[in-house]
Design a protein around this ligand. Structure first.
Ligand SMILES: [Zn+2]
Length: 225
């Protein structure tokens, strides 16, 4: 069942990432929205991908089919929140509903990886997997350094496990990626005193809440329902 709450659940990962990308890279990715895909609702994810970013050069025919699938699903499941108008080229990430049941770091990693593709397109650099891995790892590193992941009770071992589960893919990345991963893994192994972490989290929670309320004022999504 996909509801507005399903969208709220992922919104926090997106809001922080959008703000960080604006500040750090002067790139605004707010035009890219996430559409949560119902299990049987869309063919784009049938090959087992948890998510895809619809590229600018995606065939319009495929997009029309996906949108039609989502529209049909919405008609049959009127109590669910299916904003199918979001399915557009260059402006949409389609996320499988089951991702919402996975751990926080998995959700972040999957969503940030797809935003990595949107980032590549917006910056007009090669839209390769290798470049999307760089963005994904940059975001995880920044979120850890800023205490954002810790705020959601993500532990260092959870991030290590996530990186381990991605290593087969990361092996196809660049030397720069290997360096970033080595740095991140070392960072995860640095112990932070509980007292320090407490202060750290309180500070970022205030800053983060402010960002969320600003973002919500700026971007009110026109919900389908
Ligand atoms: Zn990818």
């Amino acid at each position: 069942m996909i509801t507005k709450n399903s969208y709220r659940q992922i919104q926090r990962h997106i809001v922080w990432m959008l703000n960080h990308t604006r500040k750090e890279f002067s790139i605004d990715l707010a035009h890219v929205k996430v559409f949560i895909s119902p299990k049987s609702g869309i063919g784009a994810l049938l090959q087992g991908n948890p998510a895809i970013c619809i590229r600018y050069n995606q065939m319009q025919h495929a997009i029309n089919v996906w949108r039609k699938n989502a529209q049909d699903y919405a008609n049959e499941h009127q109590s669910e929140c299916i904003p199918h108008h979001l399915i557009e080229k260059g402006k949409c990430i389609i996320l499988a509903q089951h991702v919402l049941q996975s751990t926080c770091i998995d959700q972040c990693g999957i969503i940030w990886h797809e935003y990595g593709h949107a980032y590549n397109e917006t910056r007009q650099i090669k839209n390769t997997e290798a470049n999307a891995y760089l963005f994904e790892v940059d975001m995880i590193t920044a979120a850890w350094r800023q205490g954002v992941l810790q705020m959601y009770d993500v532990m260092a071992k959870d991030v290590h496990n996530y990186l381990g589960s991605r290593q087969n893919y990361f092996d196809n990345g660049t030397n720069e990626l290997a360096d970033k991963l080595a740095y991140l893994r070392a960072l995860l192994d640095i112990e932070v005193e509980p007292f320090q972490r407490e202060r750290f989290n309180r500070y970022f929670w205030c800053a983060y809440s402010r960002q969320v309320s600003l973002h919500n004022q700026e971007n009110t999504i026109a919900w389908h329902k």
